[in-house]
Design a protein around this ligand. Sequence first.
Ligand code: AP5
Ligand code: MG
Length: 215
Amino acid sequence: MRAVLMGPPSAGKGTQAARLGTEFGVPHISTGDMFRAAIAAGTDLGQQARGFIEAGKLVPDDVTMGIVRERLAEADARLGFVLDGFPRTVPQAEGLGEILASQDVKLDVVVLIEVPEEELIRRATGRRICQQCGRVYHIEWNPPPGHACECGGALVQRKDDSPETVKERLATYRTQTEPLRDYYSAEGSLAVVDGTGDPDEVHRRIVRVFEGCSL
Ligand code: AP5
Ligand code: MG
């Protein structure tokens, strides 16, 4: 399975991609998670990405393409992947097409998860992440057992999950990422999935799409 999950901020890409990766035995590759790990580790990449992420803007295409090219060259990703939050611009989609063509493979499907804007804002501002194991909670819809994660780790809020930055991220999505809908639709690889309802329900919808792919 070579799949892309796309959709606006907090549509549930990470929640779904993690489950799908485990179920289909392929790595879950999130460019957002890679940038956050680089920021936490204080690397050059983290320094380059931080300002863009905290402002709700996209990290420049050349930087993003560099990390994806390296990751897709690793052995586990050669056999398949679920990409989460990449590509996010038309040049990134073209770059991904070139990488896959050089490996003589192609994407099976691009799943666009759609959720109404009011709910996206509630999902983002209510999200809490375990600093230790990375597990994602929602204070209302998927609350942690107490004040900490099940593993005992402290729960933190992403810096870019403030209401102002979420609005900026949404605007960035509308202008820079939404054109990919037409791009992949013209390629015949786009499947639009309703992202409302509980995560199990959304998962079942995506699995039905995967099952419909000629693998
Ligand atoms: P990234 O980390 O990818 O952020 P995003 O796209 O804004 O998406 P999120 O991670 O916020 O949401 P999600 O869709 O994964 O939802 P989740 O499952 O967590 O990117 C961050 C930044 O990095 C970007 O802004 C940009 O600066 C940079 N970047 C990343 N990729 C880039 C690229 N390719 N090019 C350039 N720059 C890039 O769910 C959200 C919340 O909702 C959680 O609390 C969850 O528990 C809850 N939830 C999930 N599903 C449901 C449901 N069905 N019902 C109720 N609640 C739900
Ligand atoms: Mg995510």
